[in-house]
Design a protein around this ligand. Structure first.
Ligand code: F3S
Length: 295
């Protein structure tokens, strides 16, 4: 009998779930206004297509939402975007993840107290661009150790982390800053959702005959799950949708593990599980038929 083991912490994290819920709840409460998201709500083509079919599309320019409704996604945005929305009579639905909001608030508080701000993270990531917009875009963005050299005024520094960086990077940056800075306020703002998802993936991969990792082919956190999974279970398959399940390879296996990237919605995970359960049923009825013929 086929056993399907789904990893804990598979799929949407808390912040993305909340953003999706807020978006869905907007429908029907629009007062005939149009609904936009500032940037794609999540990096998942199937979800974006669904939202578009419901009339919700992503925009790059705030002014495109003039007099309408604009959803701020879980990554958050700079303070300037709120001002611009106000000026353009845009109603904001704010789905900034509370963990990201916490980072934004810390940055603003310490910037106002004349601290230099250091954000450890990727300067091109929307979350980091947003956080920097809470200190007038004056933060030093540190992506690797050598970036610390550009920090000039080292009297008072407040350092925060992009929520998805690794603890290794955080620790090494803080260590180097401690040597250089006189007063250092450090806030480890790494979110544990990513780490927990990766640990659950490894745990399941260790016990199964094959592992299915569901998520966008371009999603970096999904690719990371594939890598981790392969380490413990070479029989790992990366799929985006249930139709891509490698049925032939999965047939006759006893234990199949399932996990999913941070932007994979539950309905795609459920579809894949259902398809595997059906494959099992088909298998059984084939076996019954064979037995009948033999008898
Ligand atoms: Fe998700 Fe919020 Fe953490 S968006 S990864 S729960 S910071």
């Amino acid at each position: 009998i086929l056993k399907i083991i789904v990893a804990n912490n598979a799929g949407f994290c808390f912040g993305v779930k909340q953003a999706m819920n807020k978006t869905i709840n907007t429908i029907g409460n629009t007062n005939n206004k149009k609904v936009y998201t500032y940037g794609p709500l999540i990096h998942n083509d199937q979800v974006i297509e669904k939202l578009e079919s419901m009339g919700i599309s992503a925009i790059k320019n705030v002014k495109d939402a003039k007099d309408n409704i604009m959803i701020i996604r879980s990554h958050g945005v700079s303070l300037k975007i709120y001002d611009l929305s106000n000026e353009n009579n845009i109603e904001i639905i704010d789905a900034t993840c509370p963990f990201v909001r916490n980072v934004q608030k810390i940055v603003k508080e310490y910037y106002d107290k004349d601290y230099g701000i250091v954000i450890v993270g990727n300067p091109n990531h929307p979350e980091v661009i947003g956080i920097n917009g809470w200190c007038n875009n004056n933060a030093y963005i540190v992506q690797e150790l050598k970036d610390i050299d550009i920090i000039k005024n080292c009297e008072k520094i407040c350092v925060v982390a992009q929520t998805t960086i690794t603890l290794e990077l955080w620790n090494s940056v803080v260590k180097k800053l401690e040597e250089k800075v006189e007063v250092l306020k450090k806030f480890n703002t790494i979110c544990t959702a990513t780490k927990e998802r990766q640990e659950s993936c490894a745990e399941v991969a260790k016990q199964v005959d094959a592992m299915i990792v569901i998520g966008g082919y371009h999603s970096s956190n999904t690719q990371k799950l594939v890598q981790i999974s392969k380490k413990y279970c070479p029989n790992t398959y990366h799929i985006e949708i249930a139709e891509e399940l490698p049925i032939v390879q999965l047939k006759n296996l006893n234990k199949i593990g399932v996990t999913a990237g941070a932007s994979t919605p539950d309905w795609i995970i459920k579809e894949a599980i259902e398809k595997m359960n059906n494959m099992e049923k088909e298998n059984n009825s084939m076996m019954d038929m064979m037995e009948e013929i033999e008898n």
